[in-house]
Design a protein. Sequence first.
Length: 259
Amino acid sequence: MNVRSVGLILNRELKSYFSSLIAYVVIVMFLLITGYFFYNLLATFSVISFQAQVNPMLAKQYQLLNINETVVRPLFGNISIIMLLMTPLLTMRLISEEKKSGTIELLLTFPVKDIDVVLGKYLACLFVFLVMILLTATYPILLLGLGEPEVMPILTGYLGLFLLGAAFISLGIFTSSLTENQIVSASMSFGILFFFWLISYSVPFVSPAFGQVLSYLSINEHIASLAKGVLDTEDIIYYLCFIVLFLFLTLRSLESKRW
């Protein structure tokens, strides 16, 4: 791996993102949808809190109200689902556009390795995603100003979102390397990610041993514990292995182009 080559491709891809409307449209739509969910969760919490204060019958319920359980955790769950829909839009053009325009052959003939190309494109998309996620930090900051939420679940929750997004992008760049059509790439990425998202729902219908396997493979099961404030190395290792696997498959896909 050549750091300079990775940096050049990273800079090239970032210019491509921000010179077009793709990054801006995805970020704005992401913030509008997440902002809507945050407003609804916060409004619901405020209404329930007020009703519990004025109604003696709800006093016990008021004591049990927790802003982390009522607002923060559901917000992270909603954001992860929106990421599932939005991330394929960021990754669909990474390699498929190069294939369609014919520039992938020119790029691969340059004195750069395949891993430099993959990492440069991956890091550029990851940077755009990180900007998108950091802009939502205004929501917990607002909560800190209005109430007293626990900070640790917020920090681990954002770590979980970052790892989840990094995993989504690694799979997206792999599907983008398989086709010249961006729509097909986005559809494949969404379909495979949705499969990894849904397999946990099959756990009650299989044997306990196989259920444990499905639960571990489910991509959304690992962010659930991080959103609770539980920092488990098993969850981090899962996402890192997921990322490495699909970046490795992307390299193999590019090598097949040389063959």
